[in-house]
Design a protein around this ligand. Structure first.
Ligand code: B12
Length: 213
């Protein structure tokens, strides 16, 4: 972590008071909001890495996402037009039809928005048609499905099929996650990626952003 700035390190350690103080200090000193956001994003990536190394756990991850939402709201009026319009892109997220588990889905939502994505959260028990409508309306780069119940495998299949039938499959990357998901489910249903954790999903989405998709 040697090359990280104080702000990035405070984000990675989820030190909310310090993060808030450093952001205000930098804004007052005239540091561009885009640069401040870049430091925060670096911290969020490191937070994800810490989670991967089991140096922190789900509550910190959730709190980190919530903290970044607050920071984003403070930085928003100062961001350049390009960044403010959601440079990271748009993501649609939902728990698939008949599945009402939303704790993991909400973590993914928080982490994606903390990483600069505009996130359209469709909630729980989302029918395939609602995913399709959201893709038409918001033209996301990535669509995430959360599935905790093995009985809902068919909902994943039906959602992917509905997206394909609507002629929208080529334009988006589909990711699936949640306790019932697996590489095999992603492969069988025709998804692009299985995210074991919220961090995996966010890293995949951020990778799309870097390669300009
Ligand atoms: C809490 C809970 C509930 C709560 C949900 C509250 C809520 N608001 O979500 C309540 C009580 C409502 C509930 C209900 C039921 N539940 Co329940 N529930 C759980 C429990 C204990 C924890 C789930 C959880 O929140 N985990 C914590 C979160 C953070 O983990 P997570 O969701 O996996 O998310 C992480 C990753 O998977 C990932 N992730 C999640 N989604 C996505 C999406 C993408 C795109 C990506 C990239 C990543 C990603 O990110 C998160 C962080 O890394 C699990 C046990 C378990 N092992 O999962 C059972 C469990 C999922 N439930 C189960 C069952 C059977 C039910 C019921 C059918 C019970 C009943 N008979 O009524 C109902 C079904 C309701 C429905 N229609 O959905 C079973 C499912 C079994 C199976 N194989 O299908 C489980 C596994 C318990 C068990 N061992 O039997 N449940």
């Amino acid at each position: 972590m040697a090359e990280m700035t104080n702000l990035a390190e405070a984000v990675a350690r989820v030190q909310e008071a310090e993060v808030k103080a450093l952001v205000s200090e930098k804004l007052q000193a005239g540091v561009p909001a885009d640069d401040i956001l870049a430091e925060c994003n670096q911290g969020m990536i490191e937070l994800g890495n810490r989670f991967g190394r089991e140096e922190c756990f789900l509550p910190e991850l959730m709190f980190g996402g919530m903290m970044m939402k607050t920071i984003m709201a403070e930085l928003q009026p100062h961001l350049s037009a390009e960044t403010a319009l959601g440079k990271a892109g748009t993501a649609v997220m939902g728990s698939v039809q008949h599945d009402v588990h939303d704790i993991g889905k909400d973590i993914v939502v928080m982490m994606l928005s903390g990483s600069g994505f505009e996130v359209v959260d469709l909630g729980v028990d989302v029918p395939p048609a609602k995913f399709v409508d959201a893709i038409r309306d918001h033209q996301p780069q990535v669509v995430g499905m959360s599935v905790l119940l093995t009985t809902c495998y068919t909902s994943v299949t039906e959602t992917v099929d509905a997206i394909r039938t609507a002629g929208l499959r080529e334009g988006v990357k589909l990711i699936v996650g949640g306790a019932a998901a697996s590489d095999l489910l992603a492969e069988k249903t025709g998804c692009d990626f299985y995210g074991k954790t919220a961090v995996d999903g966010v890293q995949f989405a951020c990778g799309l952003q870097r390669i300009g998709r």
